[in-house]
Design a protein around this ligand. Structure first.
Ligand SMILES: Cc1ncc(COP(=O)(O)O)c(C=O)c1O
Length: 401
């Protein structure tokens, strides 16, 4: 074991169980490899960023080509303009865009913009959601922010309207498909109701598509559900594992950023050309019409098989999701407003992922995280489903679920 000088021994607040590989050195397709050569199926896929799996040859090629041309400049680049046009044509809310580097900075810039634009301070969001590690959104863990965000439950438009009618909220920010509280799709009509309430109360509606975007469709969840927010944030899958994020929005609001407006916006690596060149390759690959069809079919197949098993054995678990995103919730029959401390069985989840890890399949280590499928899982999908079902049946026989 090499020495570890990481603070606390880790580089993330998400604890990785001791029965998971601790020294990943390589990935290929659906697999990750530990330094001793052990191979595991990856069901977490870079928090959803790896739409095409690990080391996709086209992505690798585009990184190599980009590095040969020199890959970082302090001047304006051609690629940042060309890619902005592609995004403008694809994403409904993208009248204009700005690049950032991570999901957290995109959200922080969007909230700052909404506050300045509306001259209001409060931010409304969703219980159990996650919108980054910046001061604007983290209300409890070690921050000293003076105006912490307020939260309502997902899929409850009445609660949103009760808050927003006060006229004191700069913005409402949510993931159209809640992906950080177990994958929870919106109820029919929910997003449109939120849209209407925001319009009525002069509140900026922000869709955080950091996870959703390009997972749900090439135009994001806003295109899939046909509801257009005022601002939206994208990251993760847009550059398939390289650091890139963007804020898309109405020109009238976005022009409040400097230099046309007064809202400060900067970042050395924003719109990094290396990430942008990968992002363009991602778009080219996504234009294959069959891509989302295949992802949807894979997700539907997984959900159907597990859902049939739940009925057959009357298991106290739930399976939810949409397209390539899904979550098995333990200790509840559904989690329409997301997984919370009250409605999930953390012990059962830990037991499940431990048994799956023994079978060399890695589910996300936290029950609130989403499973992300990629076409690279296709060939081994039936095997994954079979092993998942057998594990659940065994746990049921042992009265663990
Ligand atoms: C919906 C959502 N928004 C924002 C973020 C923050 O992104 P990052 O970790 O790149 O800062 C995340 C990260 O998981 C996220 O899931």
């Amino acid at each position: 074991m090499s020495n570890n000088y990481l603070a606390g021994g880790v580089n993330s607040p998400i604890p990785i169980p001791e029965y998971y590989p601790q020294n990943i050195v390589r990935g290929e397709g659906p697999y990750v490899y530990d330094k001793d050569g052990s191979r595991f199926v990856d069901m977490w896929m870079g928090y959803g960023a790896l739409l095409f799996g690990h080391a996709d040859p086209d992505i690798v090629k585009s990184i190599k080509t980009a590095t040969e041309k020199a890959f970082f400049f302090s001047y304006q680049t051609l690629i940042e303009k060309e890619y902005s046009e592609e995004i403008h044509n694809l994403i409904p809310s993208a009248e204009v865009i700005r690049y950032a580097t991570t999901g957290s900075d995109a959200v922080a810039y969007a909230i700052r913009l909404a506050r300045n634009y509306t001259k209001r301070n409060n931010v409304l969001s969703i219980k159990g959601g996650y919108h980054g590690a910046h001061e604007g959104m983290v209300s409890t863990t070690g921050t000293t922010i003076k105006t912490p965000p307020e939260f309502v439950k997902f899929n409850d438009p009445k609660a949103v309207s009760e808050k927003l009618e006060s006229g004191s909220f700069a913005c409402m920010i949510l993931e159209p498909v809640l992906a950080n509280s177990g994958c929870t799709p919106p109820n029919e009509g929910y997003l449109q109701e939120i849209r209407d309430i925001c319009t009525r109360t002069g509140t900026v509606l922000i869709f955080d598509e950091v996870v959703n975007g390009f997972r749900m469709s090439i135009g994001g969840s806003q295109k899939r559900f046909n509801v257009t927010p005022d601002l939206s944030t994208f990251s993760k899958a847009i550059a398939s594992g390289l650091p890139l994020s963007l804020i898309a929005g109405k020109k009238e609001i976005m022009e409040h950023y400097m230099p046309t407006g007064k809202v400060f916006f900067a970042g050395t690596f924003n719109g990094h050309p290396l990430s942008l060149s990968v992002a363009r390759t991602v778009l080219k690959k996504l234009k294959d019409e069959k891509f989302y069809e295949q992802l949807d079919e894979m997700g539907d197949r997984f959900r159907l098989e597990i859902s049939n098993l739940i009925h057959e054995y009357d298991l106290n678990i739930a399976i939810q999701g949409i397209g390539s995103m899904l979550t098995i919730g333990f200790g509840c029959k559904n989690f329409n407003q997301g997984i919370t401390n009250e409605n999930f069985d953390a012990n059962a989840y830990q037991e499940f992922i431990k048994r799956m890890a023994r079978l060399k399949i890695l589910f996300p280590p936290l029950p609130t995280e989403t499973v992300f499928l990629s076409p690279v899982h296709q060939e081994i999908l039936e095997d994954i489903i079979e092993k998942t079902k057998n594990t659940l049946i065994n746990m049921h026989k042992e009265n663990l679920i």
